[in-house]
Design a protein around this ligand. Structure first.
Ligand code: ADP
Length: 545
C-alpha cells in the first residue's frame, strides 16, 4: 500500500499545480486522496473551509469513470460546477432548474463509452425520486463507469445530527445497488453517534477516518446569564467593542429578528434582519450589502449561514440558546474565518429553553423519535450553558468526538474562554444528599398536581409563598431543608437531575407563556434507590454570579 501511495504522489502534485493552481496540500488532503484512490470508503470530518472539495475532485480527475457527488444545496452545487468548469474540468449537475435540452445533453455525455463528464452533482431528492437518474446510474454501473460516490454534508443522514434530512436516508441504496463502488463522506459537523449512524445506514466497509482538530483557537467564548431581555446589553456590547465590525446576532424566531433589529436601530446600532419569512430578493440584497460591508450587524435566524463565507466576522452573538452544542459550534464558528481574534457570546436564560421546545413541538415535520433526539440535544446545550467549570472548547469538541486539553485554552491568553479564565473561582461539591431530598420532595408533591421546578426549589428553600401555604407544602418534612443553600444552586441540582433523566420536565402553556413542570423521570428509582453520587460545580466567590 505504501508503494501505491508513492506511485500516485507525483501525478497528484502535478494535477494540484496544473489543474487547480494550488501549491501544496492542506493537512489531511493528501492522505484522503490516497485512500480514495485506493478505493477505500472514507469518512472525512473537517472544519468548513478546510478544503474538503479537493479531496474528491482531484481523484475524480485522475481516475476513469464518473464521480457522483450528492449535495443538499442547489446554490452550492451550481457554484461548484461553475468553479470546476472554469478550471476546465468537466462537471455538470442535474438539479430541477436544468433545462430539458441541457439535461438531454448531460445524459447523452454520460452514456458515451468514455463518459464526457468527470463529476456529476445531484441532490439527494433526485436519487430517491427520479427514475431516469436511477436508470442512468445503473447504466454507468453496468458499464463499469461509476467511479465513486461522494456524499457532502453527510451528517444530514442522521437523526442525531442537527440538520436531519429525510431524503438522505435513501442513500442506503448506493451500497445495496452499487456494491463495490467506494463512498466518500464529507462533513464539518458530526458527533461519534452521527458517524456511527452514517456508517450503518450507508453500510460502509473498513472505513478510513480523517478527523481534523476542530478547535478554533482564535475565537473567545463567553456565556452571559441573561435576566429578561438582552437587547440593551447586546447593543451596548456592539457599540463599545465592535464599532464598524461585522457580526451576526442569532435569534430564535423570525419575529424576534424583526423586533431586535428595530430595537438596535433605535439604540444607534445599524442592523438588518434576515430570515426565511422574507422574500428571496430582499434577503439576497441584505446578504449582499452585509457581505460588502454596507452595514455591519445582521440579525438572523439560523436560516442564515449555510454556505456564507465572510472572512472578517468579528463577533457572533446568540440572543437565545441554540438547539444543540453542534449548532452552537457551527454558528459561533462563522466568526473569525480569517484567523483574527473573534468573539462568541451566548446570552443564556433557562426561559428560552421552554420557548425553543415549544417551537420544536409545533414543527409538524418532526416525529416522536426526532423530537426526542432534539430534546436530548437541547439538554446537552443547556448543560453547556450552565456549566461554569469546564473549558468551553473542551465541552464543544467532546461533542465532535475530539478530546481537547484545556491547557491549550488557558495558555492562549487572547482567547481563553470565560470558564478557563475563572478557573480559580469554582469548585466541585457533592450534593447527593440534597439531590435525594429534592427527589423525595418531587415524588411526594407531584402526585397532587403539576408543579414547576421553581416551586419545588422554593419549598426546599422554605420560602413563605402563598401557593406553598395553600397547597400545604410547608408541612412537608423537607420544607426549608435547603434553606442554607444558594437558590441558584438548588435550581442547578434540579436541572442536573433532569439531564440525567432522574427527573423530567414537561412544558405546558398558560396563554403565551411556557411553564415548565417537573415530574419523576425514567431513571428516578435507579438513582433514588442506589448509592450513586451527584456533584455540581459551585462558585467560591459569590460576586461573579
Ligand atoms: P470545505 O468544503 O471544506 O468547506 P472547500 O473545499 O470549499 O472547503 O475549500 C475552501 C477554500 O480553500 C477554497 O477556496 C479552496 O480553493 C481552498 N483550498 C482548498 N485546498 C487548498 C490547498 N491545498 N491550498 C490552498 N487553498 C486550498
Amino acid at each position: 500500500e505504501f508503494r501505491k501511495d508513492y506511485e500516485h504522489s507525483e501525478v497528484m502534485m502535478e494535477v494540484l499545480h496544473q489543474k487547480f493552481g494550488l501549491r501544496e496540500f492542506r493537512p489531511h488532503q493528501r492522505e484522503i486522496i490516497n485512500a480514495s484512490l485506493m478505493q477505500h470508503d472514507c469518512f472525512v470530518l473537517m472544519p468548513t473551509g478546510g478544503g474538503k472539495s479537493l479531496c474528491y475532485q482531484l481523484p475524480a480527475i485522475l481516475m476513469p469513470g464518473v464521480t457522483v457527488v450528492i449535495s443538499p444545496l442547489r446554490a452550492l452545487i451550481s457554484d461548484q460546477v461553475d468553479k470546476l468548469n472554469a478550471l476546465d474540468i468537466t462537471a455538470a449537475h442535474l438539479c430541477s432548474d436544468v433545462s430539458k435540452s441541457d439535461s438531454d445533453q448531460i445524459y447523452m455525455k454520460l452514456s458515451m463509452r468514455e463518459p464526457g463528464i468527470k463529476l456529476l452533482y445531484l441532490t439527494p431528492e433526485k436519487i430517491s425520486a427520479s427514475r431516469i437518474i436511477i436508470d442512468m446510474l445503473n447504466g454507468l454501473y453496468q458499464r463499469g463507469k461509476l467511479a465513486r460516490f461522494v456524499i457532502d454534508e453527510v451528517h444530514c443522514l442522521s437523526q442525531w445530527g442537527h440538520d436531519f434530512r429525510p431524503d438522505y436516508k435513501q442513500l442506503g441504496l448506493l451500497r445495496s445497488n452499487y456494491g463495490e463502488v467506494p463512498i466518500i463522506c464529507l462533513t464539518a459537523t458530526a458527533t461519534k453517534q452521527v458517524e456511527n449512524d452514517v456508517i450503518n445506514i450507508l453500510n460502509l466497509r473498513s472505513v478510513k477516518r480523517f478527523i481534523r482538530s476542530f478547535n478554533r483557537p482564535n475565537i473567545k467564548y463567553e456565556v452571559i446569564n441573561k435576566k429578561g431581555k438582552a437587547t440593551g446589553a447586546i447593543a451596548g456590547l456592539i457599540k463599545s467593542k465592535f464599532p464598524k465590525k461585522s457580526g451576526i446576532v442569532y435569534c430564535l424566531s423570525r419575529s424576534d429578528c424583526d423586533r431586535l433589529a428595530d430595537d438596535f436601530n433605535q439604540m444607534g446600532v445599524k442592523a438588518k434582519p434576515y430570515h426565511a419569512g422574507m422574500n428571496d430578493k430582499v434577503r439576497e440584497a441584505i446578504q449582499r450589502e452585509w457581505m460588502q460591508d454596507r452595514f455591519h450587524v445582521i440579525v438572523a435566524t439560523i436560516a442564515f449561514g449555510m454556505g456564507i463565507d465572510k472572512p472578517d466576522v468579528r463577533f457572533v452573538i446568540h440572543n437565545s440558546i441554540p438547539k444543540s452544542v453542534e449548532a452552537f459550534y457551527q454558528e459561533s464558528g462563522r466568526a473569525g474565518r480569517d484567523g483574527e481574534v473573534s468573539y462568541s457570546y451566548l446570552f443564556y436564560s433557562y426561559g428560552d429553553v421552554g420557548r425553543l421546545k415549544r417551537l420544536m413541538q409545533m414543527d409538524r415535520n418532526m416525529n416522536k423519535k426526532t423530537l426526542e433526539a432534539h430534546n436530548e440535544n437541547l439538554k446537552q446545550m443547556v448543560s453547556f450553558a450552565e456549566n461554569v467549570v469546564d473549558c468551553r472548547r473542551y465541552m464543544q469538541l467532546i461533542h465532535l468526538g475530539e478530546h481537547f486539553n484545556r491547557r491549550i485554552c488557558i495558555e492562549n491568553a487572547a482567547t481563553t474562554c470565560d470558564n478557563c479564565q475563572n478557573i480559580d473561582k469554582y469548585k466541585t461539591i457533592e450534593v447527593t444528599k440534597q439531590a435525594k431530598e429534592l427527589c423525595t420532595l418531587v415524588k411526594d408533591i407531584s402526585g397532587n398536581g403539576n408543579f414547576t421546578l421553581l416551586h419545588v426549589a422554593d419549598v426546599y428553600k422554605g420560602a413563605k409563598i402563598k401557593k406553598i401555604m395553600e397547597k400545604g407544602h410547608n408541612r412537608h418534612p423537607l420544607y426549608g431543608a435547603g434553606a442554607p443553600m444558594d437558590k441558584t444552586d438548588v435550581h442547578r441540582i434540579l436541572k442536573e437531575l433532569i439531564l440525567k433523566h432522574v427527573l423530567q420536565d414537561f412544558c405546558t402553556y398558560t396563554g403565551e407563556f411556557p411553564v415548565v413542570y417537573i415530574r419523576l423521570g425514567k431513571m428516578f428509582y435507579q438513582f433514588y434507590n442506589s448509592d450513586s453520587r451527584l456533584t455540581i460545580s459551585v462558585c467560591n466567590d459569590k460576586q461573579i454570579r
